[in-house]
Design a protein around this ligand. Structure first.
Ligand SMILES: [Fe+2]
Length: 283
């Protein structure tokens, strides 16, 4: 049986890739952010997961505003990045896991989630930055990745209640896959932030920390918010909380918090790194 052994939250902002490409990790601005990562890297290197399911939002590389799937899943054997205009060096491809991807896709549609199923898919910084943070130097080729995109850019977006339910459905799908695979789920994105408009730069540290607490102890409580609530409380891009909630939804058994590092601001966002160990429910 495939097992989800853990879940984590991390920022995916493109400025991280630039900082790593330019060796800025020890500078005063970046150090408090990057100092959070070694314990998570150590845990991943010890546990050696076979598969990462990675929730992110595509920022316009594969899905522009003319075509925006609410939920999309990749089922390819390999994924490529492309120029996003950030000056980031060309990076190696990401390895896929088509068999488990198809199993999850079938299971989700059966379960009432009408996914966009992508046999080809370019992946942007939302996916590659978290992988590079965990395996610096873009050394992630050994781990198989299943990309799951959630629309967090253009209204109407799926509500927190729905993204949490999507995560739960993925958790059930993984538990019903016969092959022995260890899976870790990444929920990526900024916490409170707003990139433009009158409130650009807004950060709500208190709310971010409450969200991290609730993600451990009572994630369903966070589904009481609508996306408009999140915009008001946490800024227009605070809706990226949906991807953290989707991750937490997949953890259908017991969780234990192993590590946390909250830092703000980093590139105008609240950044929440958290590692949760997960024990699957008894069958
Ligand atoms: Fe993002």
């Amino acid at each position: 049986m495939a097992k989800i052994i853990g879940g984590l939250t991390t920022s995916h902002i493109p400025a991280i890739a630039n900082a790593m490409a330019n060796g800025l990790e020890e500078t005063p601005y970046w150090k408090p952010f990057f100092d959070g990562y070694p314990p998570v890297r150590d845990w991943l290197n010890e546990k050696k997961p076979d598969v990462i399911i990675l929730f992110y939002n595509d920022h316009g590389l594969e899905f522009f505003i003319d075509k925006k799937p609410t939920f999309a899943i990749g089922v390819a054997d390999e994924y490529h990045n492309a120029d996003e205009g950030w000056g980031i060096p060309t990076i190696p491809p990401v390895t896929g896991e088509s068999e488990l991807s198809w199993h999850i896709a079938n299971s989700l549609v059966e379960d009432g989630f009408d996914m966009t199923i992508c046999q080809e898919m370019k992946v942007d910084h939302g996916l590659t930055v978290p992988l590079n943070l965990m395996w610096p130097g873009y050394n992630y080729g050994h781990v198989k990745v299943i990309p799951v995109c959630i629309n967090c850019e253009q209204h109407p977006m799926p509500q927190p209640k729905r993204t949490f339910a999507l995560g739960q459905a993925i958790g059930r799908a993984v538990a019903s896959f016969d092959e022995d695979l260890n899976v870790v789920v990444f929920g990526t994105g900024g916490m409170s932030h707003q990139l433009d408009g009158e409130r650009a730069g807004i950060i709500n540290r208190k709310f971010d920390i409450e969200c991290l607490d609730k993600l451990v102890t009572d994630p369903e409580d966070l589904t009481k918010y609508s996306n408009l609530d999140l915009v008001e409380i946490a800024g227009a891009q605070g809706v990226e909380l949906n991807m953290l909630l989707a991750m937490r939804g997949t953890l259908i058994g017991q969780v234990k918090e192993l590590h946390r590092n909250y830092h703000a601001p980093i590139s105008n966002t609240g950044s929440g790194l958290m590692l949760l160990e997960h024990t699957m429910p008894e069958k």
